[in-house]
Design a protein. Structure first.
Length: 152
């Protein structure tokens, strides 16, 4: 039997959902006031904001996570395969040490699995998977009328 691998994860709360993210991918929490809208782009992309000379996309993950949306204002900044992106959160719960060796599978496309820490389920956010999912969501065509397709 292989010993359980413990590792640190930052735990973030979005609605009633707890998300865990590796410390190397979690770049911090920002207060986002003003967003620059991106015309004709569907949710989950809410807009762009400037951070340290870069345009950072801000997303709403509540739909994919099937949870209550966060109040605008507080965003988690994440490095996803070298691309900065942010998403609304309600709070940073803290740094936890969880068993990461055998996460339970998750049906949510942006999570690599589920772990428990202190009896609480935590979805492990996978930044490259998150970037792929969000890129597909933003660039996929959206039907507007029967027989017509809107390019987002």
């Amino acid at each position: 039997m292989t010993p359980a691998a413990f590792g640190p994860i930052w735990v973030l709360r979005l609605g009633g959902t707890l998300l865990g993210i590796a410390p190397k991918a979690f770049k911090g929490v920002l207060e986002v006031g003003q967003l620059t809208p991106v015309p004709l782009v569907p949710r989950p992309l809410l807009g762009l904001f400037a951070h340290q000379g870069q345009a950072v996309p801000l997303f709403d993950l509540s739909l994919v996570l099937e949870t209550i949306p966060a109040e605008p204002g507080l965003a988690a900044l994440v490095d996803a395969a070298g691309q900065p992106l942010a998403f609304w959160i309600d709070e940073v719960v803290g740094l936890a040490h969880a068993v990461l060796s055998n996460p339970r599978p998750s049906q949510t496309p942006v999570l690599s699995g589920l772990v428990e820490e202190g009896g609480r389920p935590i979805g492990l956010l996978d930044p490259p998977r998150l970037l792929t999912y969000l890129s597909q969501e933003v660039s996929s065509p959206r039907p507007i009328l029967p027989g017509r397709v809107e390019r987002s």
